[in-house]
Design a protein. Structure first.
Length: 201
């Protein structure tokens, strides 16, 4: 009898089909993929934070549900982290499907203005240093993409920033041409008339 998790081979001998459970030993872990379970926010925050903090030139975050009203406090906390990243250009791309459930650019601006910590950052630094782009349709996957001179890398995230603490998902590291191609394609998509509003704070 097979159980979940068994690796099974299938071979045909004449009219008979033989199934065999194969035991996999000493398989190396895939360091490019990190599996996150509910409650493992520290593990997720560490990997996401290190990726964002390493950005020097461009940091792009694509998350269609970044301005979900029910979780906006978490998104504002991420803005506090992002504002302290050293990247010269910090960008967040989001989508507002339903104005009753998600903030648009104006609503996000109001939330930033109402947050005393973010206002202190603006008062001290003159700005948050983050550009926001509201799009006319969602990008399904969530991305953190970094460009440092000719180096490209980032993460593909299986859930939104505001639900990193409660879902089962993967954080997938991408580098080199894979990261460069995704960033280029998404920038081209944005510049093809898919931005309906923007704001720099």
């Amino acid at each position: 009898m097979f159980k979940i998790g068994d690796y099974v081979t299938r071979k045909k001998y004449g009219n008979d089909i033989i199934f065999k459970v194969v035991k996999i030993e000493n398989e190396k872990a895939d360091t490019q993929v990190t599996f996150i379970k509910p409650g493992e926010i520290d593990k997720a925050r560490t990997l996401v934070g290190k990726t964002m903090e390493s950005a020097k030139d461009d940091l792009w975050i694509y998350d269609p549900y970044f301005t979900d009203k029910s979780e906006i406090a978490k998104s504002l906390d991420w803005l506090k982290i992002i504002s302290n990243c050293k990247a010269n250009n910090k960008n967040i791309v989001f989508f507002t499907r339903d104005i009753n459930k998600c903030l648009d650019i104006g609503g996000l601006q109001n939330e930033i203005q109402s947050d005393s910590y973010l206002q202190d950052i603006i008062r001290i630094n003159g700005k948050l240093g983050i550009a926001f782009y509201q799009t006319n349709s969602p990008i399904h996957d969530r991305f953190i993409l970094v460009r440092n001179e000719s180096s490209f890398y980032g993460l593909i995230i299986g859930t939104s920033f505001n639900s990193l603490d409660r879902n089962y998902y993967c954080l997938n590291k991408i580098t080199g041409n894979s990261a460069k191609n995704i960033l280029t394609e998404l920038e081209d998509w944005l510049n093809a008339g898919n931005i309906i509003n923007s704001l720099e704070v």
